[in-house]
Design a protein around this ligand. Structure first.
Ligand code: AP5
Length: 219
């Protein structure tokens, strides 16, 4: 099973992709995480994209498509994957189509997590991550069970993304509506688009997603 999670910054793509990975064994492929790893490792690609990401703009299509093409070849993708943050433009969606056709694969569902833009600034500026295992949290909506201790690995070190400030979030939302929104119509035409309510609590969004994956929900 291969899935795409579509939605603006803060919609919950990363949160839900991790839950899908744990439940269904589909591997989370987050282009944002891959790019941040390149930046942290100070690779040639990382140096090229850092300023673009910090400004909240999209990285050029050719760089992202090359990154995903390499990643999809890895053996851990054989049981299926959930794309989180890719594709983000029509050329990326077309390149993905070509890539999958060549490999005899297809996308089963494109799930659009529908949210209210105004709420996304609060979600993103309150987000933080365990520095050791990458588990995601939020100041208000998703706190660890014991304050300042990661539920998953017990670490007490947390990090915040450099692009998670209000100004950059607004630029990212603008980029989403200008460049990524048209993708929904692209997949609607192919009959694989499903919409869910991303304003519900995390557990409820998870239940809606599972219903789509289980094929119990049409659109
Ligand atoms: P990327 O890392 O993909 O960031 P994004 O799309 O801006 O999405 P986010 O990770 O911010 O949000 P999310 O939907 O995953 O939300 P989350 O689950 O964390 O991209 C970063 C940058 O990389 C881009 O700006 C671009 O420069 C570049 N890039 C990446 N891919 C690219 C591509 N394909 N092409 C070109 N450039 C690319 O949730 C947010 C917070 O809310 C969390 O704290 C969470 O706990 C909380 N939360 C989640 N769900 C709920 C809920 N239902 N209720 C309440 N709180 C919730």
């Amino acid at each position: 099973m291969n899935l795409i999670l579509l939605g603006p910054p803060g919609a919950g793509k990363g949160t839900q992709a991790k839950l899908l990975q744990a439940k269904f064994g589909v591997i989370q492929l987050s282009t944002g995480d891959m790019l941040r790893a390149e930046v942290a490792a100070k690779t040639e690609l990382g140096n090229k994209v850092q300023a673009v990401m910090d400004a909240g703009n999209l990285v050029p299509d050719d760089l992202i498509v090359a990154l995903i093409a390499q990643r999809i070849e890895k053996p851990d993708c054989r049981n299926g994957f959930v794309l989180d943050g890719f594709p983000r433009t029509i050329p990326q969606a077309q390149a993905l189509d070509t890539m999958l056709t060549t490999k005899g694969l297809k996308i089963n569902h494109v799930i659009e997590i529908r949210v209210d833009d105004q709420a996304m600034v609060e979600r993103i500026t309150g987000r933080y991550t365990c520095a050791r295992c990458g588990a995601g949290y939020h100041n208000t909506f998703n706190q660890p069970k014991v304050a300042d201790v990661c539920d998953r690995c017990g670490s007490t070190e947390f990090t915040r993304r450099s692009d998670d400030n209000e100004e950059t979030v607004r630029a990212r939302l603008k980029a989403y509506h200008a460049q990524t929104t048209p993708i929904a119509a692209f997949y609607q035409q192919k009959g694989v688009l499903r919409g869910i309510d991303g304003m519900a609590a995390i557990g409820e969004v998870e239940r809606q997603l599972e219903a789509v994956v289980d094929g119990q929900r049409a659109c």
